[in-house]
Design a protein around this ligand. Structure first.
Ligand SMILES: Cc1cc2nc3c(=O)[nH]c(=O)nc-3n(C[C@H](O)[C@H](O)[C@H](O)COP(=O)(O)OP(=O)(O)OC[C@H]3O[C@@H](n4cnc5c(N)ncnc54)[C@H](O)[C@@H]3O)c2cc1C
Length: 385
């Protein structure tokens, strides 16, 4: 029995743990050694998507009839956890497999599912979802991008920013107004295949304070003609509802990443403080260190119990919107707090990029912002109080 399988979560089983072993080996061998280079170039190598696809690590919860792994969200969860554990977070599989593929699975027509999902599963297509615009992020109803019907096509105009996988994406789900006079009811999701889309262009890969190896890009649509058959689900005006329904799963995967990050933070900080000496004793032995790390360990434990419960509920189709929002804000806040507290124990070394704790610190910060900001999470929760 491997170390990881000694503590199998309630939502896992032997098959899922076998998938975990596969994911871990791939991440440790194929991704972690490249992370520094990917950070420098600000994106992963395109081929790594195909390698992940060859191993069955993409779209693991998509049914086999559409080329996926035939698993469940538990497989997605394992991949997300192992990326953090292996210090190999740059491959944007959460967006690709857990979000984009599920929009297509849940809302696509049969023709759309058969057309796109097998290629997402092999890595032939890399997926992205483009909601945010320069003028609007949290207030999704205010998007300005338009997809106006013209015969058998939509004509798409607009700008998107902060799009994960934007540089390498071959398939982009674009949030646009098919009825610009309407707010939420005017929104649709239009799928753009970037290989054959005159008028589509990519802007800069944006320089960030963390997550340097994950490409985050601007996308521009200037009169892009998209076949009407690329309207997700085939009916206009469904986009906002589709987004709201899928966001719970997106928030859950971010919250799970937060718990894995707190656990990793604790692990590297315990190792460092037990080794580093000051005033003739390990830094761990100071009462302040022990008490702070006892607090972080407590947070990790509470977070683990909470997230495991959320995953069990999600697998049963019972995770409600406010609970997913609670998990997202509370755990990502705890993640950032833990990273900040623990970096302190590394002294000046904690500020050096070569020390993993500094990367944990900078990578964590965005978690409170994307996937719906933590303020928006509290807004959502308050509606159910
Ligand atoms: C690294 C990275 C990756 C990303 N990936 C993607 C992606 O793949 N696809 C995509 O579409 N987007 C992506 N985003 C965008 C991200 O989802 C948005 O940045 C986020 O939703 C916030 O939108 P905004 O930046 O426009 O901030 P704003 O909406 O302008 O918010 C500014 C501040 O106002 C607060 N605020 C806004 N409304 C309220 C309110 N009602 N009550 C209280 N406070 C409020 C916010 O919480 C925030 O603190 C990414 C962003 C980053 C940085």
């Amino acid at each position: 029995m491997s170390a990881a399988t000694k503590n199998i979560p309630a939502w896992s089983d032997e098959d899922i743990e076998a998938f975990r072993d596969l994911a871990r080996t791939f991440l440790e061998k194929e991704c972690a050694p490249n992370e520094d280079r990917w950070n420098e170039q600000q994106h992963v190598d395109r081929e790594i998507w195909n390698k992940a696809g060859d191993l069955g690590l993409l779209c693991p919860s998509i049914p086999t009839e559409y080329g996926g792994g035939g698993g469940t969200f538990a497989h997605e969860a394992v991949m997300a956890e192992e990326q953090i554990r292996a210090f190999a977070p740059s491959l944007g599989t959460a967006v690709h497999s857990t979000i984009v593929a599920h929009y297509i699975l849940n809302y696509g027509t049969e023709e759309q599912k058969h057309r796109w999902l097998p290629k997402l599963a092999t890595g032939e297509l890399v997926g992205a979802v483009a909601m945010t615009e320069p003028g609007t992020g949290s207030d999704l109803q205010a998007v300005k991008s338009r997809a106006i019907r013209d015969g058998d096509e939509y004509v798409l105009d607009g700008s998107k920013t902060f799009i994960s996988n934007g540089l390498l994406a071959d398939l982009v789900i674009v949030v646009a107004k098919t009825d610009p006079d309407n707010q939420a009811a005017g929104i649709s999701l239009v799928v753009v295949e970037t290989a054959d889309a005159p008028g589509f262009s990519r802007g800069r890969v944006l320089k960030k304070i963390g997550q340097h190896g994950q490409d985050t890009a601007e996308l521009f649509f200037d009169g892009v003609r998209v076949p009407a058959a690329n309207l997700l689900g085939g009916t206009e005006g469904q986009g906002f509802v589709q987004l709201m329904q899928q966001l719970a799963q997106e928030r859950l995967v971010l919250a799970l990443g937060a718990v894995a990050s707190i656990e990793k933070t604790l692990e590297v900080t315990l190792a460092y403080t037990k080794d580093r000496h000051a005033f003739g004793k390990p830094v761990f032995n100071f009462q302040n260190t022990k008490f702070k790390l006892a607090e972080v360990a407590t947070t990790a434990k509470i977070g683990r119990v909470f997230i495991d419960d959320c995953i069990v509920k999600h697998l049963a189709g019972e995770l409600d919107i406010p609970t997913a929002s609670m998990a997202k804000w509370w755990l990502t806040q705890a993640q950032c707090d833990a990273a900040d507290e623990c970096l302190q124990f590394f002294g000046g070394y904690g500020y050096m990029a070569e020390y993993p704790i500094s990367r944990i610190y900078t990578d964590s910060r965005i978690q409170k912002i994307y996937g719906g900001t933590n303020e928006i999470m509290k807004e959502i929760i308050s509606r159910f109080l």
